[in-house]
Write a new protein. Sequence first.
Length: 554
Amino acid sequence: MTNAWWKECVFYQIYPRSFMDSNGDGIGDLNGIIAKLDYLKWLGIGAIWLNPVYDSPNDDMGYDIRDYEKIMTEFGTMADFDRLLSEAHQRGMRLIMDLVVNHSSDEHAWFVESRKEKDNPYRDYYIWRPGKNGKEPNNWASFFTPSAWKHDPASNEWYLHLFSEKQPDLNWENPQVREAVFAMINRWFDRGIDGFRMDVINVIGKKPGLPDGGKTPGMTGYVMADEQFANQPQTHEYLREMRKRCFAGRDVMCVGETPFVTREIAPDYLVPEGTELDMLFQFELMDIDSGPGGKWDIVPWSPGKLKSILFGWQEALKDSWNSLFWANHDQPRPVSRFGCDDNEELRVRSAKMLATLMLLLRGTPFIYQGEEIGMTNVPFSDPAELRDIESLRFYEIAAARGEGAQTWQRILAKGRDNARTPMQWDDSAYAGFSTGEPWIRMNPNYPVINVRAAQTDPNSVLHYYRDLIALRNSHPSLIYGETQAVFPEHPQVAGYLRRLDDAAWLVLVNLSGEWAELVLPEAFAGGQVVLSNVTTPPSNDGLLLYEARVIKLG
Ligand code: ISL
Ligand code: CA
């Protein structure tokens, strides 16, 4: 276990389209981000993760890349990017980018060539197969459409797309593809960026022969065939090759986005350190309210289950390193999902509680824009207000079956656009995000929930995040110390100790909306409360609803 900058700093995720618009066209941009760097520095942020800013037709909001080495026109130019990078570095902040190389856009020059004819030199950059009896080559479902295959009439073959048909999967078996990707990565590193978040990086290697999926025999229709494309042995080889070819001799990091990774297999990507991924984003926590039918099959979560997931990962990765997050651009807002947004008092208190629980665990915290002011889910009133391909496709398919009404409720709870409305900077028109009408509607609560209001209120969620980040930044024991769960059986309270050498901390939070009885043992009751989200003096008999307490024990 070694110390590293990416273990010590708090990351902030920026969704550029919705962060800050500098020219009034309603679309966030790189100059807008530059204008807010001082805000991030004030907050205590050490590194920024930018969602894709590359040239893209935006079928999946930048996750369909047309040119890996050109900036999306609405976002600015390469000169703007270089300025953003140097302005961040001047403030002592690092910057990592999104690497989306499981697939490209169908408008990428490689795919344009690839689909031209069967003997095109780029044909093998993608995954083409003949059909079976006039149907798809196999039964794999895509994340966004029923089938993961698209028929190409010109050649009468099909190409694989695990996401939309405008996101064809690259063929990583082809050494030329790997060479091209590694060269591109190296050029970005030469530009001076500090690392990558790697989009669905654990699905780049597909099982040879592309066999049908179906975890339970007799399944019909298109199936989510992750056992055939996730976490395959070749993927580990590709990552090791990437590491050697691109990372050696550079002070850069990577965090993999890895759906379908369990606590058991996660260490295969992380240990020994520095050979594959530095960290990964696991989805067990984000799937806590998903039933067997997937994210839209919503089931209740419980504090007990949440605790077993969080502490289970602390244990599973104690010889490597966790990523810590409640939110990203694909997830609903945490205060609406895991806290309470019924009224202002509880919104503020529960947002602080969630922050306390997550940010002081062992691992690197990733804060998603707006989380630090406790932004909530959005009361969309009509599908026409949505922009996200996943929700729109899901709605179309369900509405055609006459299930529009129940589907709408699911989209309100879990739809990705909840996280994608503009950042709320102040209470002026369009929340200070833009002077023009934004590309997606605003959350109507911006007159109350915004950065300026939060900065002037010392009891705001924002100030609490800042205090929490400062606490973590200034105590190595809160970064590198070991984690030990306490009161594991308690049905409402999550608690843990962090310890390093002589330093010891106790973190206690009540995840429920009710008083939680908990008699503190002598050893804990004597500690000093250094941070709390309530004004009443701490009780040794229990915690108020959504109360959070950070106690210094030694
Ligand atoms: O968003 C999800 C659930 O709503 C996830 O299943 C998500 O599709 C998956 O985690 C992969 O996400 C990443 O790759 C996608 C892109 O749409 C997401 O925005 C990105 O985070 C395809 O590139
Ligand atoms: Ca703009």
